[in-house]
Design a protein around this ligand. Structure first.
Ligand code: AMP
Length: 411
């Protein structure tokens, strides 16, 4: 696990703020769900075999409960819906860390943040369009241009079951071509084989049957509406018949946003789809759901690679240098901050020279200097740190208006 240091940490928070600015005006309310839940909330996700469960951090708490750190946000949201029974449609968003015991690499961490959006209680394909479009808009707002949207439909559960059977038969016939790890995946969950990036598996995968041939009329109609909706909004996408989600709960629409600037192994910056049965699995009524999860860390890497959504420079209005003991700096910073100004100061009663050095490094627009003479006279010295403005002595009472009027400096 990593530390996220300033100023990067503030950038991650700004990204979450940006997400909120996109989704809240669309009717989504923020939901906070716990980081730790009963393991059953998550382990149900993994019943299809090679699921999320094996990546979980699980443990027994002091009360002997078997709990886990959440590996994703969706399951907790479904548990929350089952528990509180809000009136559908329930449109919520959430953000925060998830934990998966994966092998760390660039863009893949054991603790990583997501922003997440879920809607429970609506089956309409045009809701799928809304969810996909909000994710698309979010990436656009960050300034990302090289994002590719891929969509697919997994059909209805029956379609999917027939497809999995045909896929397993096809891959079974060619099992001797597959990598040993892939053969294991085939035994656990044939759909997951389609995710394989191993060179050796590609011929068998390319020749495999595709889900599109197994759609019922209802599933085909739903997918058609989704595509028509995206076309209508002018959102470009590719249909990728091999885009599947390995868990049994997914049905109909699936989608992923790929950052073309990232290397191919970890280039998914977000994804989602429709699911059924999750709410029931945690004790709620049958409820259709659709959701979207975006990886914060990976999206920021994509932003770096495209040179967009830069770090915001800190803009201090003033740095207080007090060589009279520090009490005056305490009062000044407090007053200036209360007036809405961004202000820092030196501590430890250091020398004028040492404090001026700090003022310089802070990037503040001005240094506000208090020496014994100023303290006695009720004044301060304001020294611009940039440009060729003159240093001035002004009454302390005029400091706030003086600073508010000065032009903003960013460094
Ligand atoms: P998932 O919940 O697996 O569908 O993941 C949704 C998004 O979360 C992915 O598209 C990634 O951007 C991000 N993500 C998933 N796992 C990790 C991880 N281990 N480290 C960083 N980001 C991740």
């Amino acid at each position: 696990m990593r530390d996220v240091l300033p100023p990067q940490s503030a950038r991650a928070r700004r990204l979450v703020d940006e997400f909120a600015r996109v989704v809240e005006p669309a009717g989504y309310g923020e939901l906070a769900v716990p980081l730790i839940e009963d393991v059953g909330v998550f382990s149900r996700l993994g019943e299809a075999g090679e699921g999320v469960s094996k990546e979980m951090y699980e443990f027994e708490d002091r009360g002997g409960r078997h709990v886990a750190l959440r590996p994703e946000i969706t399951a907790g949201i479904c548990r929350s819906y089952a528990q509180h029974r809000p009136t559908p449609p329930w449109k919520v968003w959430s953000a925060g860390p998830n934990f998966r015991y994966e092998r760390p690499q660039r863009g893949r961490f054991r603790q990583f943040d997501q922003v997440d959006l879920e809607v429970l209680g609506v089956d309409d394909p045009l809701l799928d369009v809304e969810v996909i479009a909000l994710g698309w808009e979010f990436f656009a707002r960050l300034g990302l241009r090289r994002v590719r949207l891929v969509v697919n439909s997994l059909g209805e559960p029956d379609d999917r079951a027939r497809y999995v059977e045909a896929l397993a038969a096809h891959l079974g016939d060619r099992a001797d071509e597959l990598a040993p790890e892939t053969r294991q995946t085939l035994a656990n969950n044939p759909l997951r084989v389609l995710d394989s990036k191993r060179e050796q598996d590609q011929a068998a995968i390319t020749a495999a049957p595709t889900i599109g041939d197994f759609y019922s009329d209802a599933a085909a109609g739903h997918f058609d509406q989704v595509r028509r909706g995206l076309d209508r909004l002018g959102i470009p996408y590719d249909v990728d018949a091999k885009l599947v989600r390995g868990l049994d709960y997914y049905r109909r629409t699936t989608f992923e946003y790929l950052a073309e600037s990232l290397d191919s192994a970890q280039n998914a910056i977000g994804g989602g789809g429709r699911y059924d049965g999750l709410v029931e699995a945690v004790g709620g009524p049958p409820t259709p759901g659709i959701g979207l999860a975006i990886g914060v860390d990976r999206t920021l890497i994509a932003c770096d690679d495209e040179g967009v959504f830069p770090l915001e420079p800190t803009a201090l209005d003033a740095f207080v240098v007090d060589v009279t003991g520090g009490l005056e700096a305490a009062a000044l910073t407090s007053e200036l901050r209360a007036a809405g100004l961004a202000v820092d100061r030196g501590f430890d009663n250091r020398s004028m020279k040492a404090q001026m050095k700090l003022a310089n490094r802070s990037g503040a627009a001005v240094a506000v200097i208090v020496g014994d003479d100023e303290l006695a006279a009720g004044s301060v010295v304001v020294k611009p740190m940039y440009g060729d403005g003159e240093q001035a002595t002004i009454p302390r009472t005029e400091l706030i208006s003086h600073l508010i009027d000065q032009p903003k400096v960013t460094t």
